[in-house]
Design a binder for this molecule. Structure first.
Ligand code: SF4
Length: 227
């Protein structure tokens, strides 16, 4: 695994579990609002996987979960093996993904190597713009959504509310595609170290009434909250 960061404990990201978060290096998307540019471009030296596993082994009495996030973790060829190692230490594993690898995700679910999944849906899942996905993911995002809708694996959907990607039209498409009992979080985009600061400087931030309108719209199809 190419690991670019470790958060030693968080109570926020894995529902109900005190967790550590490991960050993988590399991503196949280029979301202008990405807050982890150091994991998408210009990598530093990776953290040795053995050091991370040793830390997690020692920290096991205090933590119950490990979040694998990025970057895009499904680009790592040994992701399944890494999940197995974490579960072998007694951890529940949460995967954060952009959903571009439905076959791998289905395999991880089938082999019970993950215990929770959070899927970022960035725009109408049938059409991602080149600013987000330089290589068209085609049907992959819809396929991943449908895999999750068929599985018993606990999961959530997330959409970062950024113009021009998130509009009433794209929110309708997102929520119709994800319709069901799983939670959708509309994430407020907070100022930070963006992957594409010039692009972001040209976008008017979405207003609270706009976010509430999107939330009300999506709530017709699935439980939705702003966070
Ligand atoms: S926000 Fe976009 S660019 Fe950043 S890691 Fe996630 S999918 Fe990749």
């Amino acid at each position: 695994m190419r690991l670019g960061g470790l958060v030693k404990s968080t109570a926020l990201d894995f529902p109900g579990l005190m967790s550590a978060a490991v960050f993988t290096q590399g991503c196949n998307f280029t979301c202008p609002y990405c807050h982890n540019p150091h994991l998408v471009r210009l990598f530093g030296e990776p953290l040795p996987e053995d050091d991370v596993l040793l830390f997690l082994r020692r920290r096991r009495p205090l933590l119950d979960g490990v979040i694998i996030t990025g970057g895009e973790p499904t680009l790592q060829p040994d992701l399944a093996e890494f999940c197995k190692k974490l579960q072998g230490l007694g951890y529940a594993v949460k995967l954060d993904t952009n959903g571009s690898a439905p076959g791998l995700i289905a395999d991880l679910i089938e082999r019970r190597l993950i215990n929770y999944l959070a899927l970022d849906i960035k725009d109408d899942p049938r059409h991602y713009p080149p600013e987000i996905a330089p290589h068209d993911p085609g049907e992959a995002i819809v396929e991943t959504i449908n895999i999750l809708k068929r599985t018993a694996l606990p999961h959530e959907f997330r959409t970062t509310a950024v113009s021009p990607f998130v509009t009433a039209g794209s929110m309708a498409a997102i929520s119709q595609a994800a319709a069901g009992p799983a939670q959708l979080f509309i994430q407020v985009c907070r100022p930070g170290d963006y992957l594409n600061p010039d692009f972001m400087a040209a976008q008017p931030p979405l207003t609270r009434p706009e976010l509430e309108e999107f939330c009300a719209l999506a709530s017709h199809y699935l439980p939705t909250r702003i966070r």
